[in-house]
Write a protein that binds this ligand. Structure first.
Ligand code: GCV
Length: 635
């Protein structure tokens, strides 16, 4: 198969324990068998010579669906025990340790969240919405396909602890509308089985209007008995035909998608109707909170898109069925390089929630720029609000996948570090994200200390660097509207998406404190006061929360404008330095991999220079205030 093994490309190690020469197993489930196979193959790749006797690793499968595993030391070698799914995770954990040159120690592990998934925005025609790594490997020419990549993908997901995968785009269109109807049950079943071998459940995005569009009913009103019956019967058939189905992901009343609002019903009434239909099958509904007015008039100064999701969902807290999870993006707007944590994640008290990250780098360089999101994800998980810390309150974690059918899966080789880190953090949100960056680097490029130091350093700095040369201080939305790539400072200003900075020659930003839209108050009194006051607001979010004059003094004494100029110059220089640091690895990283990343860095540097010059010159033209350091701005 023409696909990179990514971090599962084990290299021979000098220091393997003797028990890696022999693996025996009392395993019966498909997952138990997969674990045994992975260990045998993995130990061989790590350089263990097979032996017929002597110390060995024994696998002991326990009954049940649990996902934990235990490694214990016994007389003639270690024993890995757990249910089949647990054995898969245990097997990959052991292989990872050995590949990293660390000694496995007795102990046990279990994942923090029961659902850890990737959402694909794959369309039935094989394209991927906001996909930057080729075409879909789940769909080709209008049909779902279970190909060679399906199983490899399941392995990759399981190897970092993930256990769910939603196959199709939340914008359900074209042939994807028929995934529910029985037309593709065979294909879905095959995909479900391939994923399930590695403990990964299959999910589908569905259209809320399916009873109308596919069922031939005159309405999709969630309180209509015929609609409810249609969903029940559809689920009875589908879950029987595709036993590995976990449930549905739903984008309703969002960016033109149908939803309960059209029938005067609440989001809770809509979600609960679906929840009732999937419940007999153990299914769950992941209901997206991305509900806002996407036809805003830019002249409307009162509406604030950042408020919309909390305003819609907070009053419904406690009204959702217990197999509904509210899925909120990590920030209140839309995956900008810097946003505050969505208040929904820290204020809902009686509703299960799932955070949605975006590994697909829609606004963070589209997998042409390196932008490691591990620290950003960790900031969200560690964030504490009035109802507690995000990671302690979540019932599940998901991310929009950054994969496609490119050889390297993720377009940019270094973007695979985002997938890796995401999985590791879903398994254990207390992990140090930086450690996972280092792990990924060592597993991917081997033990060369210069490569490890250089690549890890690039990853760790990359988000701040990207933020500096694009949209620092939380301002967001200066990218080109149709593509979301490259600079266009006023591109979104007079559009309908509610994404404005309203810059004039004197000021920039939307005031979201109490004197403005009041968005800061959604965080409750204590945190709201911190954000609502420009003197206490974290500087990196200053322009997200406040509208300020260009001569506003930052904490280090620079003016706001000078800080923005500086960030663009410094960020761009840092991108150039990262590209140079990569160049110095020539000969130390396999040549094909070296070239792929080098080509991406060339584009990153070109684009960073463009961002620097376009944003800085635009501000200079608006304000006529020169750069204090006399660097080149274009009039
Ligand atoms: C799948 C943004 C993206 C859309 C995406 C949407 C969403 O608006 O640009 O491509 O649609 O978010 O998350 O639903």
């Amino acid at each position: 198969m023409n696909a990179s093994p990514l971090w599962l490309d084990f290299r021979p190690r000098p220091d393997l324990p003797l028990w890696t020469r022999r693996v025996t197993g009392e395993v019966t489930s498909p997952q138990g068998k997969a674990a045994l196979r992975e260990l045998r193959q993995g130990f061989a790749a790590l350089g263990a010579e097979a032996a017929g006797d002597g110390p060995c690793l024994r696998l002991r499968e326990e009954p049940g669906e649990g996902e934990g595993w235990r490694l214990s030391a016994e007389k003639d070698g270690p024993v890995l025990s757990g249910p089949g799914r647990g054995l898969v995770y245990g097997a990959f954990a052991l292989l990872r340790k050995l590949a990293l040159g660390e000694a496995p120690v007795p102990g046990e592990e279990a994942p923090r969240y029961p659902l850890r998934m990737l959402d694909h925005w794959d369309n039935a025609d094989g394209s991927i919405e906001r996909g930057y790594a080729g075409n879909s490997f789940f769909f080709r020419e209008g049909r779902p396909v279970c190909g060679g990549r399906t199983r490899e993908y399941a392995r990759l997901l399981a190897s970092v602890g993930l256990n769910g995968c939603c196959l199709n785009n939340v914008n359900v269109t074209g042939e994807a509308l028929y995934l529910l109807t029985g037309k593709y049950d065979g294909e879905l079943r095959a995909i479900g089985e391939a994923l399930a071998e590695y403990g990964v459940s299959l999910w589908l995005s569905v259209s809320f209007a399916a009873p109308l569009e596919q069922g031939g009913l005159p309405t999709a009103d969630p309180l209509d008995p015929a609609v409810r019956r249609w969903w029940r019967e559809t689920c009875d058939r589908l879950f029987r035909a595709v036993p590995d189905l976990g449930g549905f992901l739903v984008k309703a009343d969002s960016e033109g998608r149908p939803g309960p609002q059209s029938y005067g019903r609440t989001q809770a009434e809509g979600a609960n109707m679906l929840a009732e239909a999937v419940k007999p099958h153990g299914g769950r509904i992941l209901w997206r909170c991305f509900v806002y007015d996407c036809t805003q008039d830019w002249r409307d100064l009162k509406t604030d898109r950042a408020r919309a999701q909390y305003d819609t969902f907070a009053p419904l807290d406690g009204q959702f069925a217990d197999n509904v999870l509210l899925q909120a993006k990590n920030g209140p707007v839309d995956f900008q390089v810097r946003e505050p944590v969505s208040p929904l994640l820290v204020r809902l008290e009686h509703t299960k929630s799932i955070v949605e990250f975006q590994l697909a780098q829609e606004y963070t360089g589209q997998q042409k720029h390196v932008c490691w999101l591990g620290a950003a994800m960790k900031e969200v998980l560690d964030f504490t609000g009035p109802a507690g810390t995000v990671k302690d309150r979540l019932s599940a974690v998901c991310a929009v996948s950054n994969t496609g059918d490119d050889f390297n899966w993720t377009g940019h080789d270094l973007a695979a570090a985002n997938l890796y880190t995401f999985g590791r953090l879903c398994w254990d949100p207390d992990l140090d994200a930086e450690v996972t960056a280092r792990e990924w680097t060592r597993l991917t490029y081997g033990p060369d200390p210069l490569v490890e130091a250089t690549v890890t350093d690039i990853l760790l700095r990359s988000r701040e660097v990207y933020e500096q040369y694009t949209v620092p201080l939380g301002i967001g939305w200066m990218c080109d509207p149709p593509t979301h790539y490259g600079p266009s400072p006023e591109g979104f200003e007079y559009d309908r998406w509610g994404t404005y900075h309203r810059a004039t020659c004197r000021e920039i930003g939307v005031e979201r404190g109490p004197a403005g839209t009041g968005y800061s108050e959604q965080y409750g009194p204590a945190l709201g006061a911190v954000y609502g006051n420009m003197d206490t607001c974290p500087e990196e979010l200053l322009l997200f929360f406040h509208r300020l004059p260009y001569d506003y003094r930052m904490r280090d004494g620079r003016t706001l404008l000078q800080r923005i100029y500086d960030d663009h110059f410094e960020g761009c220089a840092a991108a150039e330095a990262m590209a140079k640091a990569w160049d110095a690895l020539e000969g130390r990283v396999r040549s094909d991999a070296f070239r792929r990343v080098q080509v991406r860095f060339r584009e990153q540097v070109r684009s960073a220079r463009e961002w620097r010059d376009v944003v800085n010159s635009w501000l200079y033209r608006l304000t006529l205030i020169p750069d204090e350091k006399g660097r080149k701005l274009y009039l």
